[in-house]
Ligand binder design. Structure first.
Ligand SMILES: Cc1cc2nc3c(=O)[nH]c(=O)nc-3n(C[C@H](O)[C@H](O)[C@H](O)COP(=O)(O)O)c2cc1C
Length: 312
């Protein structure tokens, strides 16, 4: 049997499959065994309680969905006293996804989690608005990424994953800065900013007007970003965006991901993560791949000649 384990900068996972933050909850445990997962990444929370965005908060689109949930949060105390103890019954490591409005607040929250038994790593969702930068997400720019990652790194000894936004025009510089300031891995990435209008009512389909696009439609964009970043980073990349099959997972690995996160597909096929793990085992057996880690960055990317590049 093939070895599905992967190593995220010293943090070993039994396989590369984990949920993307915000796309599952405890009820999914009735359908799949959480012990099987590479890791469990929970919904982003903030230090204080927060209400989410106005409804409607989500809408379906061809091969995609738009959401503007807005990170409703029960606060850090609820996370420590309720969420962490619940997930401690499972052997899969718990990754706490956090968000804050300033670098100082991010660091303060990370410090609070540092000593909490049962949290294996922190995922900093820096795709959220930075109120010191007129509400632009930290990860839109390399300098604001540097500031927040530096503060986080100083605040926690836990493995630090930094989740980036594909909305930046310069993903490579942003990812590189996260590495320079001490991130253990980058997650590429969050949703793409989008909008949809109901032509019968002429109103936006989301209460928040704009929201994050996710699902299979975004996969080629995220694969491209993983590929670009892999050439410039020494830390692992966790790929995320539009994964709904074993082939998608393999594509992310070949582009340069060490592990992957599965989001929207959990709503369509709630057993997908378990199916992907067993499917990856079969895939490796069929292709005589002894260690799945061999696939990371294994794309054959010799430059195509114009003749071979044309599909017709
Ligand atoms: C309903 C919904 C809620 C989400 N909530 C969060 C969240 O709390 N924190 C976060 O970092 N990303 C959140 N995301 C983004 C996902 O984690 C993931 O990055 C994105 O959906 C792309 O992956 P996918 O195409 O597989 O869904 C959310 C996505 C959806 C669809």
């Amino acid at each position: 049997m093939s070895d599905l384990s992967v190593n995220i900068n010293g943090f070993k996972l039994q396989n590369p499959i984990m949920p993307a933050s915000g796309t599952f909850d405890t009820a999914l445990g009735n359908l799949i065994d959480f012990n099987q997962l590479g890791a469990i990444v929970t919904k982003t929370f903030t230090a204080d309680k927060r209400a989410g965005n106005p409804t409607p908060r989500a809408c379906e689109l061809p091969n995609a969905m738009l959401n503007a949930i807005g990170i409703p949060s029960k606060g850090v105390n609820h996370y420590i006293t309720e969420t962490v103890p619940y997930y401690q019954q499972f052997s899969a490591p718990l990754v706490a996804s956090i968000s804050a409005n300033t670098a100082v607040d991010f660091a303060h929250l990370a410090k609070q989690l540092d000593a909490v038994k049962g949290i294996a790593a922190i995922e900093a969702n820096i795709s959220c608005p930075n109120i010191e930068e007129d509400g632009k997400a930290f990860a839109m720019q390399a300098d604001s990424t540097a500031k927040v990652v530096k503060a986080l790194r100083a605040a926690t000894k836990l493995p630090l994953w930094v989740k980036l936004t594909p909305n930046t025009g310069d993903i490579v510089s942003v990812a590189k800065m996260a590495e320079v300031e001490g991130a253990d891995a980058v997650v590429i990435g969050n949703t793409l900013l989008g909008m949809a209008i109901d032509i019968t009512t002429r109103r936006p389909k989301l209460g928040n007007i704009m929201g994050g696009l996710s699902g299979p439609a975004i996969k080629p964009i995220m694969i491209r970003m993983v590929y670009q970043c892999y050439k410039h980073l020494s830390i692992p990349i966790i790929g995320c965006g539009g994964i709904s099959s074993v082939d998608d997972v393999v594509e992310y690995l070949l582009a340069g991901s060490t592990a992957v996160q599965v989001g929207t597909a959990n709503f369509v096929e709630p057993t997908i993560m378990a199916n992907l793990i067993s499917g990856l085992e079969k895939y490796c057996d069929n292709y005589n791949i002894s260690r799945i880690a061999e696939l990371t960055g294994a794309i054959v990317d010799e430059k195509c000649t114009p003749f071979t590049a044309l599909p017709y």
